[in-house]
Design a protein. Structure first.
Length: 310
């Protein structure tokens, strides 16, 4: 992708900043971020002349002005936490759903070529039909998951009603350099790595036999860019198509870091699902393929990044 005008909402966050860093040299980037969880230090070159950073809340800014002359929108701004959404369901709906609808309306007004929406595997909920296909009926167990599923429906409605092109990417468990270990709701991989490096007993919710489908952040970036350049309108799982239990994951990280720390097992968290595994056959529709054999080298790269900040 070259010589495009691109808006990245939530562009200072974990995934959004990786997209920005990848696209910045050859495109004009506008980042919208209210810095709730984003950090300007996630950018490789925040002073790049091709970059404009708007430090505002997506709920409050004039989105018609923001999307003027924009070719592609990568929409990642969200309350991205299941537990927080359970604590604050109205705020979750306001940020994740209502603001998205306003953004879609602005995209239509300004003839945006395509919007790439960051959805989530949480929309599948407790569905046991593994591997999970995009055609499965959503079964959200949290306000966060419900908001993402609702946004997907609005994306289709705007495509049918106004011709707005879109791809909704259902991320499974994303990991990689740049994840915030200090977040109250930090993901399992940065929690494990940072705990071991700091000599603190890691915590596992439940019995650890829950399984997840992990995907590297650089593969997620590739999926976003490929989706923007594709002519596919619809939903795509973004995952490796391989499952790993939390206990297995911990053993790999523990071995990688030559640690003998044993985890502490805590009660299951409300809203968490037991198993998650993606059917990744739809990724061919956005000309994207993920090689799950790279997992351990990607994990080592992630570990090495955490060593530089701790």
């Amino acid at each position: 992708m070259r010589d495009k005008n691109i808006l990245i909402t939530g562009g200072l966050g974990f995934i959004g900043s990786h997209i920005a860093n990848t696209l910045l040299e050859n495109n004009n980037i506008v980042i919208l971020d209210n810095l709730t969880t984003g950090n300007i230090n996630n950018l490789n070159n925040p002073d790049n002349e091709n970059l404009k950073i708007v430090k505002e809340d997506i709920r409050n800014i004039n989105l018609d002005d923001l999307t003027s002359d924009i070719d592609y929108v990568f929409h990642l701004a969200a309350m991205a936490s299941v537990p927080l959404s359970i604590d604050k369901p109205v705020e979750c709906s306001d940020i994740n759903l209502n603001a998205t609808i306003k953004l879609l309306e602005s995209c239509v007004k300004n003839d945006v070529e395509k919007i790439i929406f960051s959805s989530s595997s949480s929309v599948y909920g407790p569905n046991k039909n593994m591997p999970l296909k995009e055609s499965e009926q959503p079964m959200p167990k949290s306000p966060y998951a419900a908001s993402k599923a609702s946004c997907e429906l609005y994306l289709k409605a705007f495509n049918d009603s106004y011709g707005l092109n879109y791809t909704a990417l259902r991320y499974f468990n994303v990991f990689g350099p740049g994840q915030d270990k200090n977040s109250q709701y930090a993901a399992v991989i940065p929690n494990f790595i940072s705990s071991i490096l700091e000599g603190v007993q890691p915590e596992i919710y439940g019995d650890g036999e829950q399984t997840r489908d992990f995907v590297y952040v650089k593969d997620v970036v590739k999926a976003n860019i490929n989706a923007a350049e594709s002519d596919y309108n619809g939903i795509v799982n973004v995952a490796s198509g391989e499952k790993l239990s939390v206990n297995q994951l911990y053993e790999i990280i523990k071995t990688t870091l030559n640690s003998d720390l044993e985890p502490e097992y805590l009660p299951e968290r409300q809203g968490d699902i037991k198993h998650s595994l993606a059917d990744v056959s739809n990724m061919i529709k956005i000309n994207c393929k993920i090689d799950s054999k790279d997992f351990e080298s990607q994990l080592i790269e992630t570990v090495n990044w955490f060593k530089t900040i701790l």
